[in-house]
Design a protein around this ligand. Structure first.
Ligand code: FPP
Length: 276
């Protein structure tokens, strides 16, 4: 199947990018650090919150694109535990924006068979936000298309702490005195239990940091950093990130297939010579 059969190109640029895209080699899980809303607004002499509003539009485009391309999971870093340090008015605005987004977009999300999950520590979130999230997750729980994971009041280290404490609690409850964890057990206690790890981590606006995002899960992710600010991260920019991903060779600590063949051939030759 061609990418343009899954996603109608809006213009020539999109058509050309879709033409190059191999739908069989798309990332299964895309994680995004949406950065640069403030700078986008500043460049236009607008208040920071205008950047966040524009950022919501980009989120919609990215969700729609991933959904049409049949990508399994998309994780968006919407609010980190560190974001509470922002001015109260901006924090309040972001919380209101999220509720507004859910209210407006949920019917469409549900219609498109998207399943919504929210990860992070819900306790500190305002009651109204928590209630809306619960309702949205309940409504979409049985959907089988894209899984949209929104990281909200999320921190990668906090997630690991929560996972270890959950494992220790289990061990105590079951009176397991000699308890030891392994990688699978840790994965199964993360907020993302049961989901594949991200294959591609995108960060907009040029910063070379992972900012406490999915620390365990991105162990083997390909990282794509673009200077584009999040509100400008249009569909063509996302398709470029996918094309870049398709050029990478994922080795998971092994050798590239060509190098592997060369090494095996050399090893074969060496053992042949030692036998001669
Ligand atoms: C970073 O820009 C972005 C955020 C703090 C997250 C907010 C994201 C949105 C509003 C997008 C919408 C998401 C959903 C799921 C509806 P920044 O303020 O850090 O930018 P700066 O680094 O330029 O100041």
């Amino acid at each position: 199947m061609k990418a343009s059969e899954l996603l109608k190109p809006a213009n020539r640029e999109e058509a050309a990018l879709l033409d190059k895209l191999d739908v069989k080699r798309l990332p299964r899980h895309v994680a995004v650090i949406m950065d640069g809303n403030g700078r986008w607004a500043q460049k236009r002499h607008l208040p920071r919150v205008a950047g966040h509003r524009a950022g919501v539009k980009t989120a919609r485009t990215v969700i729609e694109t991933c959904s049409h391309l049949r990508i399994s999971c998309l994780t968006l870093y919407a609010f980190s535990m560190e974001n509470w340090r922002r001015p109260q008015a901006e924090v309040d605005f972001l919380m209101r924006l999220l509720r507004e987004y859910l209210k407006r977009e949920l019917p469409e999300i549900h219609k498109n068979n998207v399943r919504l999950l929210v990860i992070g520590r819900p306790e500190q979130l305002p009651e109204g936000v928590r209630a809306d999230i619960q309702d949205a997750m309940k409504l979409t729980a049985r959907n089988t298309g894209l899984t949209l994971i929104v990281a909200l009041n999320y921190g990668g280290r906090a997630e690991l702490v929560d996972a270890f404490n959950a494992m220790l609690d289990n061990a105590r409850k079951n009176c397991l005195s000699a308890f030891s964890a392994d990688e699978q057990a840790i994965s199964e206690h993360l907020y993302t239990a049961g989901l594949p790890d991200p294959d591609l981590l995108i960060r907009t606006s040029g910063e070379m940091r992972v900012s406490n995002f999915l620390l365990w899960q991105i162990a083997y992710a390909e990282i794509y950093v673009t200077e584009t600010l999040w509100p400008d991260f249009s569909r063509p920019r996302l398709l470029e990130a996918f094309l870049d991903f398709q050029k990478r060779e994922r080795r998971y600590g092994g050798l590239s297939s060509a190098k592997g063949r060369a090494v095996s051939a050399a090893a074969g030759k060496a053992s042949q010579e030692s036998e001669d």
